[in-house]
Design a protein around this ligand. Sequence first.
Ligand code: SIN
Ligand code: MN
Length: 202
Amino acid sequence: MTVTPLTIRGFRIWKGWLDAAAQAELIAALRPVLKAAPLYRPATPRGKKMSVRMTSAGQCGWFSDAAGYRYIDHHPSGAPWPAIPEPVLKIWRSLGDGDRMPECCLVNYYDSEAKLGLHQDKDEADFSYPVLSISLGDDGLFRMGGDRRGGPTESVWLNSGDVVTMGGEARLAYHGVDRIRFGSSRLLPKGGRLNLTLRVVT
Ligand code: SIN
Ligand code: MN
């Protein structure tokens, strides 16, 4: 476990924050979430299906379609979003914000081909709270920029068990995932990468 984060462009990267047992506990806690709220591929406002599959836990879930990016209070099937599992909340208590708990845990699943273009997380009402990201499974190449599209970027491989906090100057910074090193981890039986992002939304 790291006690001081690697800091790149204001992104605080807690390498190896979760040991193998903590990672396995998270996967077990996520299984019923994925059962109650199956992964789906959102469409961008321009109508292109995203390669990343997503679902959410919490009071609201992140969603996108022709009507735009937003949070919605039910899974697209109409089912309620499941609660954010306790082992996930525990990480927020350690590295997130002390005043408020997250209202959304967005779950992203990357298969061997999936990637996530550079974007800002700005569908939330208050940017004074950090976004906290948890990486599980295969390695993902995470790209970090600044608050302007087209500016300089730096990349780091995120490994299973790494936690990143995007707060302060990094809260509205562009970020994305260029590629997955498929099969680099044995945490998920079918391979791939799961990323959880915890967000205060309202
Ligand atoms: C995200 O920006 O929503 C996810 C980032 C990641 O998968 O590491
Ligand atoms: Mn994001």
